[in-house]
Design a protein around this ligand. Structure first.
Ligand code: TYD
Length: 213
């Protein structure tokens, strides 16, 4: 089973992933936690290029291709083998991020993103996705608090430096995706306290696991 977590900057994905993986392991599920960009040795190098705050000249198409390259490596080296061996894969961001960031926010046309997606996904799609939704003003505030508190390297902040309009478009992109695929994408209010968000997600997840047997 493939579970993904999505949301804008500072939506609390990483905290929730730690909760979910803990819950799944406690209940006897084998679970692999991973992330994009990154997740593999090569992917972590691509991640550094993508998040480097000094790379503000990065061309939008080059950016899309780097995310796609990262995903190609991740799917073939880690995700596909883990799913084939029956593990639950829990991934911090996946293809929906590309649609929201490179598509809705950067303005690359959907047909290009879909064509590239087809090349690397090879039929892999999340079974369930949690979208932690909150206003970008609140998300960015949290993200910068984390950076300033040393929880994250300041040099890796290219996206946090984007204009508010960019983040608004990302959010809108996510919400339209959720509207198009309500069965897969569950919107969760990410502005609520983490413990409440956790309970909401776990309740949805329990129902989902029950239906899946
Ligand atoms: P991440 O480390 O998850 O950021 P955070 O957890 O701080 O929100 O992701 C890094 C950045 O990469 C994030 O700003 C979103 C961006 N991104 C894309 O633009 N496209 C993609 O396909 C992916 C996977 C991420």
């Amino acid at each position: 089973m493939f579970i993904t977590m999505e949301g804008i900057e500072g939506s609390g994905k990483t905290t929730q992933i730690a909760y979910i993986s803990g819950y799944l392991r406690e209940h006897g599920y084998e679970c692999m936690v991973t992330r994009e960009p990154g997740g593999t040795k090569i992917g972590e190098k691509i991640r550094k290029i993508l998040l480097d705050r000094d790379h503000d000249m990065l061309d939008a198409m080059a950016e899309l291709l780097l995310y796609t390259a990262d995903r190609a490596q991740h799917v073939s080296e880690k995700i596909r083998p883990a799913l084939d061996s029956g593990k639950i894969v829990l991934c911090d961001r996946f293809y929906d991020s590309t649609i929201a960031y490179q598509g809705a926010a950067r303005g690359i046309e959907a047909a290009t993103i879909i064509a590239l997606g087809r090349l690397v996904l090879k039929g892999i799609a999340p079974d369930i996705t949690f979208l932690l939704d909150l206003p970008p003003e609140a998300g960015l505030l949290r993200a910068w608090q984390e950076i300033n508190a040393g929880g994250r390297d300041t040099s890796q902040s290219r996206f946090e430096r984007e204009k508010m309009l960019f983040h608004k478009k990302v959010r809108e992109g996510y919400l339209s995706l959720a509207e198009a695929e309500p069965q897969r994408i569950r919107i969760v209010d990410g502005s609520l306290p983490p413990e409440i968000v956790k309970e909401t997600i776990l309740e949805e997840l329990r129902k989902f696991l029950y239906i899946k047997g």
